[in-house]
Design a protein around this ligand. Structure first.
Ligand code: URP
Ligand code: ZN
Ligand code: ZN
Length: 460
């Protein structure tokens, strides 16, 4: 099967030009003006932007968490992502404390195997680092193609590890060429503030926010940055939200350190005033919580300064009925928010169309940097000869409105209900096959492949 996309405006992290793309089977084999090859199918992309398939490196599908499961399955989550122009997801395996990493891998594979519509990979979250776990790291990196290891400095009593385990894990991961991801907030301090608020009868969603002040994230980010500086292990801070945390990274650059940083679309666009809506605020109960307008400004600037490298989602949806588990106690509201379908269109509309970031920066943070940092470039994350033909054809002018009534995520509300956007995903191609066309999904579960990743995080 061959396919030619004609006359689109091809945008990569560095270039922007009008040309044709010729695809054979799963791969881009030629790019040029007025290509003469005959293809089985021709798409006229005149007036459209052509992006590499989006990569969201932070999602939680069918994840057991806070006494329930996130509501998107591997099928519904990867399909919804495709509708929004994201062709590849990286999900998180959670080790059960006391069990092995391989046990957790088998459990996650039992839910994901043959069920994904789009491509996917896993980070391995290490919640119990000990001598047995240490021995498993090499195999994950060298055999499983899972080269990034997630750590939690928060969720005390559930997922959190201490600094002793953190440093030990960093040394082992560095030895084998992997990368450490971190949820960087001070779990002890948050635990204290949650208990204090509950004892004082402060039980509304607002107190979720007030129990995780900026200092909890700034302190942990600085501690993490110091530990990766000491061990020399490559490090990536997930869902960074605020000025204090970004300043910890900024300070690290002054001693010539490179720290990879991800923020999420919600921290760029939404703020903590949403927690003042009584229990409706539960829609945005996530960790870390939404912050202030000044933090949004810091994050947009951080993208343009090259300090924030990736815009992800931390997609972790829960049905409203699940959110109601915390109706009388904010600490029981399952943490997480749905966004995987909306990320590319929101970032275009609010970022590119409003002149906050350039088109090239858009591709860099939504497609290319995730592929580079997580060992998939140039197979994924760009439009180049030899790359997988993961391609988004995008109408930069079409206007549309986000709504629960039209989204494809398995969740019964939207955190962006009624938002009017400029720019819409029209066609999505995954490894040479048309996956989405005019709001219809043309591929089935099982089409999505597990992508084994390479060792080294590239310099970006
Ligand atoms: O609220 C969140 N972020 N839920 C998912 C788990 C995590 O911390 O990433
Ligand atoms: Zn987290
Ligand atoms: Zn997460």
């Amino acid at each position: 099967m061959s396919l030619i996309i004609k006359n689109g405006n091809i945008v990569t992290a560095t270039d922007n030009y009008i040309a044709d793309i010729f695809i054979e089977a799963e791969t881009i084999v030629a790019i040029g003006k007025n290509l003469a090859m005959k293809a089985d199918k021709v798409i006229d992309a005149t007036g459209k932007l052509i992006f590499p398939g989006g990569i969201d490196p932070h999602v939680h599908l069918s994840m057991p968490f806070m006494g329930t499961y996130s509501s998107d399955t591997y099928e519904t989550g990867t399909r919804a992502a495709l509708y929004g122009g994201t062709t590849m997801l990286i999900d998180f395996i959670l080790q059960k404390q006391g069990n092995s990493l391989h046990d957790a891998l088998a459990e996650w594979q039992s839910r994901s195997n043959d069920n994904c519509v789009g491509d996917y990979s896993f980070h391995m979250a290490v919640t119990d680092f000990n001598e047995n776990t240490r021995k498993e790291i090499k195999d994950f990196i060298e055999r499983e193609g899972i080269t990034s290891f997630k750590t939690f400095m928060a969720y005390k009593g559930a997922l959190m590890i201490d600094d002793r385990q953190m440093v030990g894990l960093m040394e082992e991961v560095k030895k084998h060429g992997g990368l450490i991801n971190v949820h960087a907030t001070n779990g002890d301090m948050i635990d204290y503030l949650v208990q204090k608020n509950k004892e004082e009868g402060n039980l509304a969603p607002l107190y979720h926010y007030l129990s995780q002040p900026e200092v909890t994230e700034a302190e942990a980010s600085e501690r993490f940055v110091d530990m990766i500086n000491y061990t020399g292990c490559p490090g990536y801070i997930v869902h960074l939200t605020c000025e204090g945390a970004l300043n910890a990274v900024r300070n690290a650059t002054k001693r010539n350190q490179k720290v990879f940083v991800e923020t999420c679309i919600q921290y760029l666009l939404l703020d903590a005033s949403l927690y003042e809506k009584n229990f409706e605020g539960a829609k945005w109960v996530m960790s870390p919580p939404l912050r202030e307008k000044k933090d949004q400004a810091t994050l947009w600037a951080g993208i343009n300064q090259g300090l924030v490298n990736v815009v992800a989602t931390d997609h972790c949806p829960f049905m409203w009925e699940q959110k109601l588990m915390g109706k009388d106690d904010f600490s029981k509201i399952p943490n997480g928010h749905p966004a995987v379908e909306n990320r590319m269109e929101l970032l275009y509309s609010e970022g590119v169309a409003k002149n906050k970031i350039t088109l090239n920066k858009y591709v860099e943070v939504a497609c290319t940097n995730p592929a580079k940092i997580f060992g998939m470039f140039p197979r994924k994350g760009t439009i180049a000869i030899g790359s997988d033909a993961d391609i988004v054809i995008f109408d930069p002018n079409e206007k549309h409105t986000i709504s629960v009534n039209t989204h494809h995520m398995n969740v019964d509300y939207s955190g962006y209900e009624g938002w009017e956007l400029t720019g819409k995903v029209k066609t999505v191609i995954l490894r040479g096959t048309i996956a989405i066309d005019n709001n219809e999904c043309l591929i089935d579960k099982g089409f999505g492949k597990f992508i084994k990743r390479n060792k080294v995080a590239q310099t970006i």
